[in-house]
Design a protein around this ligand. Structure first.
Ligand code: NAD
Length: 345
């Protein structure tokens, strides 16, 4: 059993902790938190050993009536791998601690690409992370783009990808990002950081990205144009994308016209926290003009990186079988949204 510690128990950390606890080959050693807030209560309710991320604040947990199992360095020492899900920039600082204990670590997409040995996406470059000391699971948007572009590149070759990312202004719990009512080119300069970030995963891919931010919290939406080397018809592309378990094709007849209904669909399907681990591609939008492919996809920023973190844990511990890892992760989490409309004539 791979012993896994999670340092930073917020939006990403709590989801990764739950996903790790579901895996047949992993054991969650515990989670580290900076303060005894509602998320600490969630950890207690789930029975996860809680460690104090900042030793000087350990007393605050006792004052709040929450028992801690120890301090963060004890969590790191007891773990075969640490998943760091602290805010951007903190992960980089924490790498020294993981290094002190010779514990390999996974950091998140908010860290710069140069802080870790390798940037990671399970569909595109699993093997690069085998046995690494540190791995960066790329951001939600880069994950969504890599999952889409890797199979397109394999099947048809990509001459150039152009993507406009319409990004949510903040996560639902990020009250400090609002109230907001605006539409921003963000950044106003081109390209946005996403294209170069995709190149940390798919180095040879020619891609330009433009970013916008809108007053929404549910999901990001990508408007995608890929010039392929080949000129397949739209049905063929649709079938190929449908074969990818982490891509969900939103059926034409489902009536899902935006991220609001997508989230509703996920909640009705019983998804924990309404999470959508898959890219959601509007089937009707898949259009090919010559060798130009167009489509729209929505990305659930809070959860699409979760299965990738689980696979990164296996890769960093040297488990060589990428297909098997992805299959186990997907099976245990229930990745692979289905719709009865998918087979409609
Ligand atoms: P978050 O703010 O929701 O959670 C971070 C948690 O870490 C909080 O509970 C915070 O109290 C805790 N923390 C702060 N300092 C700490 C420290 N020194 N030690 C331990 N814990 C500490 O942030 P998040 O959204 O989960 O983001 C975490 C990382 O994941 C970032 O790199 C971010 O860019 C990346 N990411 C976020 C999203 C998203 O949409 N939320 C998507 C993909 C990747």
């Amino acid at each position: 059993m791979i012993q896994v510690g999670v340092n930073g128990y917020g939006t990403i950390g709590k989801r990764v902790a739950d996903a790790v606890a579901e895996q047949p080959d992993m054991e969650l050693v515990g989670v580290a938190k900076t303060r005894p807030n509602h998320e600490a209560e969630t950890a207690v309710r789930r029975g996860y050993p809680l460690y104090a991320a900042i030793p000087e604040r350990a007393d605050q947990f006792a004052d709040a009536g929450i028992d801690v199992a120890g301090e963060v360095d004890e969590l790191v020492a007891a773990s075969d791998v640490v998943v760091d899900a602290t805010p951007s920039g903190v992960g980089e600082q924490n790498l020294e601690l993981y290094d002190d204990y010779d514990t390999p670590a996974i950091v998140q997409g908010g860290e710069g690409a140069d802080v870790a040995d390798v940037s990671f996406n399970a569909r595109a470059n699993y093997a690069n992370a085998l046995g690494a000391d540190s791995v960066r699971v790329v951001s939600c948007n880069t994950t969504g783009l890599s999952r889409l572009l890797a199979p397109l590149q394999e099947a048809y070759g990509v001459e150039k990808a152009r993507v406009t990312l319409v990004r949510r202004g903040g996560d639902p719990g990020q009250t400090d990002r609002g109230p907001i009512n605006d539409i921003l080119p963000d950044p106003v300069t081109i390209p946005s950081h996403h294209g170069p970030d995709v190149n940390t995963i798919l180095p040879d891919l020619d891609i330009d990205t433009l970013g916008m931010k809108v007053p929404a919290t549910l999901m990001h939406t990508h408007s995608v144009n890929v010039t392929l080397d080949a000129a397949p018809d739209a049905d063929e592309v649709r079938d190929r994308l449908a074969d990818e378990n982490r891509l969900f094709l939103i059926p034409d007849d489902s009536g899902i016209d935006g991220s609001g209904k997508l989230k509703e669909f996920a909640m009705d399907a019983g998804r924990p926290r309404g999470d959508i681990w898959e890219n959601c591609i509007w089937e009707e939008s898949i259009t090919v003009e010559g060798s130009d492919l167009y489509l729209f996809q929505a990305i659930h920023q809070e959860s699409d990186v979760v299965p990738e973190n689980v696979d990164a844990i296996r890769a960093i511990t040297g488990d060589e079988d990428a297909d098997e890892s992805r299959a186990t992760t997907d099976d245990r989490l229930g990745v692979g949204l289905d719709s009865v409309f998918a087979d409609a004539p």
